[in-house]
Design a protein around this ligand. Structure first.
Ligand code: FRU
Length: 478
């Protein structure tokens, strides 16, 4: 570690020690989601499986619960249930990244872990445009064991990006194909159009620009956190565009995340299908995916958004935001589905089974539960109420999540879904992830209520259905 990193590390440890009690006393702290020990968390970074462990890095701002200077925090697990909080992996300690070690990804290659990331440097002047007021450097570090890292190497700087780029080029995602390496970077061009830059390398260090990936019609002014995801016979690009206008029930959050199918070859000729939002709730952004040794494509998102239009009550207790549950991605009938990892079944404790048709008020006795409701015949309408004042309803082919006071000013989000077969709800102390039809649609949201708000009711349901509620244990993080 260089002397600056050593100094920052001791300051952060001291700050964490002084604040962790206050943060952990907050009843809104989550039981089975990754949170920063104290302070602020945003994007998941460097997701990978390496030498028997899953590694999750994330954007961390320890002393600023409203976000500030970014570090890469690090945690590991072998089973997604028992976690270890590791030492901070990356500090903003060089001239190439002194205003934040921004998002990036992991490449596992020839028995080493490589972490590619953006080094943010701000200068006087215009952060966005010409006359460079901002450097967005691309850097790499590597590691033999996943815990100790080599020194930083800069591989791309502003002058290496295409001439028509603004100062916003970031979030490298790197992968290998045969004996070539590829990298995508999110970008905003000088006309304020979002796009992705594709680079190629033979040695992981020297990179050549190959192509731009963009839509025929403008899709926002900036594309953050791109990810190219290959399934057996389909490829998608996942990205977080900024600057989309709301259209009816679509694009209602401040920024969006979604995907497009890619036809053809991104290196030369390709076409993109329509942009589809991957999550329909209030709090989902900047996801990243990786493939594990079981062949699963696992995605984790940031359960939060930049520039949210409300004050998250947890900030007063010294922390803000979390990561979503890890979800397995699958393409089914031309749609990307997200299924919570099967490992989470290990958190289940007591179960209560019920018959949906009797309008029973089910006392979950905890805010940390999983509820599964399955319909055995065609359903026309449905209403589920839970927590303090969250309502999930289905009618005329539209599923809606409405938040009352516990939404802190966020009202409702909807999606059209033809045939509703199941609703699976993961509830944690201050969040909900609702999966429809085995992950065909998902709503992720934070919700702020009291420990006593644990009643679930299912009513206005015209069909035969069965329900189960499991209490969920806390996962361990040491
Ligand atoms: C997305 C993002 C990234 C950037 C990072 C900085 O939330 O803005 O584009 O690298 O956060 O924390």
């Amino acid at each position: 570690m260089n002397p600056l990193a050593t100094h920052l590390s001791s300051l952060i440890k001291e700050f964490e020690e002084d604040n962790i009690c206050k943060v952990n006393k907050d009843p809104l702290r989550l039981n089975y989601h990754i949170m920063a020990p104290v302070g602020w968390i945003n994007d998941p970074n460097g997701l990978c499986e390496f030498k028997g462990k899953y590694h999750v890095f994330y954007q961390y701002s320890p002393s600023e619960p409203q976000g500030g200077l970014k570090y890469w925090a690090h945690c590991t697990t072998a089973d997604f249930i028992n976690w270890t909080q590791e030492e901070i992996a990356l500090y903003p300690d060089s001239i190439y990244d002194c205003h934040g070690v921004y998002s990036g990804s992991a490449l596992i290659d020839e028995d080493r872990m490589y972490l590619y990331y953006t080094g943010n440097v701000k200068h006087d002047g215009d952060y966005d445009y010409i006359n460079s007021g901002r450097e967005q450097n691309t850097l790499v570090i590597s590691s033999e064991d996943g815990y100790n890292f080599s020194s930083k190497q800069i591989i791309l700087r502003n002058s290496d990006y295409p001439e028509n780029m603004s100062n916003h080029v970031r979030d490298p995602k790197v992968w290998r194909e045969g004996d070539s390496y590829y990298m995508v970077l999110g970008a905003r061009d000088k006309n304020s159009e979002g796009e992705v830059l594709l680079y190629n390398s033979k040695n992981k260090i020297n990179w050549q620009y190959l192509n731009s990936i963009k839509t025929k019609e403008k899709l926002g002014y900036m594309w953050e956190c791109p990810d190219i995801i290959k399934f057996e016979d389909k490829t998608i690009i996942m990205l977080s565009p900024q600057g989309l206008e709301a259209e009816g029930i679509l694009y209602n959050n401040v920024y969006q995340t979604g995907y497009m199918f890619i036809e053809g070859d991104i290196k030369s000729e390709y076409s993109l299908s329509e942009f589809v939002e991957i999550d329909r709730g209030f709090d989902f952004y900047a996801p990243q995916s990786f493939k594990d040794s079981k062949g699963r494509r696992i995605m984790i998102g940031w359960m939060g958004l930049p520039d949210i239009p409300y004050k998250n009550p947890t900030t007063e207790n010294g922390w803000q935001h979390a990561l979503t549950m890890p979800r397995e991605l699958k393409v089914i009938n031309g749609k990307v589905h997200q299924v919570p990892l099967v490992e989470f079944e290990k958190l289940r404790s007591s179960v209560y089974q019920f018959d949906v048709n009797n309008d029973e008020a089910i006392q979950c006795n905890t805010r940390s539960f999983e509820a599964i409701i399955e319909f055995s015949e065609k359903i026309e309408h449905l209403k589920i109420s839970l927590r303090k004042d969250v309502h999930l309803s289905y009618s005329e082919g539209t599923f809606t999540m409405s938040l009352g006071e516990s939404g802190f000013g966020r009202d409702s989000r909807s999606v059209n879904i033809d045939s509703l077969q199941s609703v699976r709800i993961f509830s944690d102390e201050s969040c909900l992830e609702v999966f429809l039809n085995n992950g065909e649609e998902v709503f992720t949201t934070r919700v702020y209520d009291d420990k006593e708000d644990t009643i679930l009711t299912v009513n206005q349901c015209n069909a035969k259905a069965t329900g189960k509620v499991y209490s969920l244990n806390k996962f361990s993080i040491k």
